[in-house]
Every structure is written in structure tokens, then in C-alpha cells.
Design a protein around this ligand. Structure first.
Ligand SMILES: Cc1ncc(COP(=O)(O)O)c(C=O)c1O
Length: 413
């Protein structure tokens, strides 16, 4: 997040907000202040219109028809795949697999890897992972005797890189780490992680659920083997996600689910499989959702991404400044260069109560364990509250959030 301050002027937040109809609504008699985009982002008209327009004008199943609607829908679906390819700078659209979301993308890789796991093989994850990047690997531990190695997290919320290097060993089969933490906001040093793993001959999967939203992702430059993300956090719909995989990695991965569209030939005796990405897209895919994601990516490409990141950083800085000196508040995660996620604990108050009080002011934040129980344990917390910022939030909203926190605190003293 090092965009120059001069870009701030280039970003017209009111023009952006005008494209999100939901931001005009009120909650509890107050204008909605939506600070839960880390869980799921709101959708611009471009996405809403693309999806309803498809259903109104040109919808059919993909890859099956010889009729006009099927061809049009297939073209739009494959165009969305190329949109993802462009967004992440993949070498080929065939390296882009559509899934249900980050969770399914990671399960797909873990299940495939599981077919060659031996007892004692090791998977490296970290203490800051979302459960989506822990539980699929636990399956390999429970079912196949794999060993999970957790990279520890420092007090300020960074990955302990020395510990990571030390964990890489002859039994390591996969490094699966988050690009950006959904709780701490930490942006992990992906290149250093990948270079070290590759030196040890180990592939790397990055959980990009947050990273894709807040970072410029270039999978070729990163040289990452797998990159997983969800459409709904990137201003697209739910039910659609992406697994990027290097061509040779996808080619070596066994199919995940069986069904229509993923086969080469089926007889009573044998089956052959289609090449990636179709090998991993069994059954009717989430067509409308994929096209909605394509629309979100097109829409985002019309914005100056550096200006967006500078705007998000300004929001985070504003909250930090407003809350300076609030000694009853602990920010969880203070890694240098972190993204616009503000997780916190209020002395003497449960995170759920804080979230409920903020809701009375129309402010939506998340509270709980954020699907990151090992991380909560690392910081000796049972829960925390989280404000996560998006490109449509304003500095006035950041101020209102900080003011409301002071008011919420007053209920507990
Ligand atoms: C870092 C991270 N990984 C994985 C996920 C899971 O994403 P989904 O539920 O869309 O599959 C999330 C969602 O919050 C996340 O923040």
C-alpha cells in the first residue's frame, strides 16, 4: 500500500458510491456505513445489470448447445475466464478454473494432492490462516497421516519468516499460506515465500481471498503455483470463485468431482478426462455468477487501482489517527504496510456487544473468531471485532466509526 498521495485526488469516491444502490439504504434510521467488506463486498450496478441482463436476454447452458443462446452464453462465460486471466496476469485462460469460491478452490487442490500423500508428508500453513486454508489440510492429516506445520505469527502480526524457512524440509509437500490476512490485514511477503519453497522443490498455494481485493496480483511475476480467491469479496456475486493453477500443476492434478463436462470419453469400462480447466468444472457451472464476476473485473479495470489502494489506506490511517490515545482499545495486527483491515478488542466489552451497539448507529462490522481460531488463540482472544474497508467507504464514514466506538465504549465504563 505505497501509492503516492497525489493519486488520492484521482479517486472520486462519490462517483463510485453512486454505482452501489445498497449504499443508499438506512439501517436503524441511520445511513448505512458498511465496514464488513472483508466478509463480503457490496455489488455495483455493472454486476447487477450483467447478471439480470443475461437472464433477461441471453441465457442457456454452456458448452453444450448448437443454438444461438447456448453459443452466446458460452462466449460470455469464456470471456469472463479471460477477464480473470487478465486480472491476475495468467499465461493462459486454461489456467483459470471456476469454482464456488476460495474454500472450494483450496479443497480441490488438497483433495488432489491427497491422492499421493504418504504418512509423515508435511504441509506448511500458518497461524494466521482462515479455516478455509487449514481444514482441507487437516483432512489429509486425519485421513492420510500428513503432518501440518504452522508458521508462527509475531506479536505485531507478521509471519515469522525465519521459522518458515526452518520448517521447509525434505518431507514438505505443499506450502499453503494466505496472501493477506483477513484478521490482521498483514500482507505476506509472497515472493520470498515462493522463492524459498521452490528452492526446496515445493509448490505454493496462496489464499488470495483478501489479497485479490487489495493488491495487484501478478501470478507470473509471483511464480505462484496455485492462487485461490472468491468473487463475492471482489464486488462480484457469491457462488463463484477461482483457482488459478500453473498449466503443468493443473495437468498433474487428479479431477475433484466427476460428472458432465469434465470427461473426455465415458464407456462402461473406462473414462478419460477433459484437459484443464474443464476437468475441474464438473456439471453445470455457476454460469450467471461467472459472468457476474467477469463484469466486476471489467468494472474494476475502469478504476485506477493505485488510487483505490491509496484511498483504502487513507481510510485506515484516518481511523488510526482518530483512535490514537484510546488506551482501552487494542488493535490486533500492526504489521508494517498492512492493508485496510482494522481488527480490535475493547477493554471490558465483548466484541459481539460492540458490533451490536455499532449496528444501532447503522455501522456494520464483523465480530467473532473470523474463521481463524488458531490466530485468536495465538493472541489469547476468544473473539475480536473487525472493520474492513472497501473502495466505496468515505473518510466521513471512518470518522463516524471512530466516534461511534467512543460512544460504545462509554456503555462499558
Ligand atoms: C483469507 C480468507 N480465506 C478464505 C476465505 C473463504 O472464502 P469463501 O468463504 O468465499 O470460500 C475467506 C473469507 O472470509 C478469507 O478471508
Amino acid at each position: 500500500m505505497n501509492a503516492p498521495a497525489s493519486n488520492l485526488q484521482a479517486f472520486d469516491v462519490e462517483a463510485v458510491r453512486a454505482q452501489f444502490p445498497i449504499l443508499r439504504r438506512e439501517v436503524n434510521g441511520k445511513p448505512l456505513i458498511y465496514l464488513d467488506s472483508g466478509a463480503s463486498a457490496q455489488k455495483p450496478l455493472a454486476v447487477i445489470d450483467a447478471m439480470s441482463g443475461l437472464m433477461e436476454r441471453s441465457y442457456a447452458n454452456v458448452h453444450r448447445g448448437l443454438h444461438t443462446l447456448a453459443n452466446e452464453t458460452t462466449d460470455a462465460y469464456e470471456a469472463a475466464r479471460r477477464g480473470v486471466q487478465g486480472l491476475i496476469h495468467a499465461a493462459s485462460p486454461n489456467e483459470v478454473v471456476f469454482t464456488k469460491g476460495t474454500t472450494e478452490s483450496i479443497n480441490l487442490v488438497a483433495a488432489g494432492l491427497g491422492q499421493s500423500i504418504q504418512p509423515g508428508d508435511e504441509i506448511i500453513v500458518s497461524q494466521m490462516e482462515h479455516h478455509a486454508n487449514i481444514v482441507p489440510w487437516h483432512f489429509l492429516r486425519e485421513r492420510l497421516g500428513a503432518v501440518l506445520r504452522f508458521v508462527p505469527v509475531t506479536d505485531d502480526g507478521r509471519l515469522d519468516m525465519e521459522a518458515y524457512y526452518a520448517l521447509l524440509g525434505p518431507r514438505t509437500r505443499m506450502v499453503a499460506l494466505t496472501h493477506m490476512s483477513n484478521v490482521l490485514g498483514t500482507i505476506n511477503p509472497a515472493k520470498a515465500i515462493i522463492e524459498a519453497a521452490h528452492s526446496a522443490g515445493v509448490p505454493v498455494l496462496l489464499d488470495g481471498a483478501q489479497g485479490i481485493v487489495h493488491l495487484k496480483v501478478d501470478v507470473l511475476d509471483l511464480d505462484v503455483d496455485f492462487y485461490a480467491f472468491s468473487g463475492h469479496k471482489l464486488y462480484g456475486p457469491t457462488g463463484i470463485g477461482v483457482l488459478y493453477g500453473k498449466a503443468e500443476r493443473l495437468a498433474a492434478l487428479p479431477p475433484y468431482q466427476g460428472g458432465g463436462e469434465m470427461i473426455g470419453e465415458v464407456s462402461e469400462e473406462r473414462i478419460t478426462y477433459a484437459a484443464p480447466p474443464h476437468r475441474f468444472e464438473a456439471g453445470t457451472p455457476p454460469i450467471i455468477e461467472a459472468i457476474g464476476l467477469g463484469a466486476a473485473i471489467d468494472w474494476l479495470s475502469g478504476l485506477d487501482r493505485r488510487a483505490v489502494l491509496a484511498h483504502e489506506e487513507a481510510l485506515y490511517r484516518r481511523v488510526k489517527t482518530k483512535l490514537e490515545g484510546a488506551n482501552w482499545l487494542t488493535e490486533i495486527g500492526q504489521a508494517p504496510g498492512k492493508g485496510a483491515i482494522f481488527s480490535f478488542a475493547v477493554e471490558g466489552a465483548h466484541a459481539h456487544d460492540i458490533a451490536q451497539i455499532l449496528d444501532r448507529y447503522g455501522i456494520a462490522v464483523r465480530a467473532g473468531t473470523h474463521c481463524a481460531e488458531p490466530l485468536m488463540r495465538r493472541f489469547a482472544l476468544t473473539s475480536s471485532a473487525r472493520a474492513s474497508f472497501a473502495l466505496y467507504n468515505t473518510l466521513e464514514e471512518a470518522d463516524a466509526f471512530a466516534d461511534a466506538l467512543f460512544k460504545a465504549r462509554s456503555f462499558f465504563v
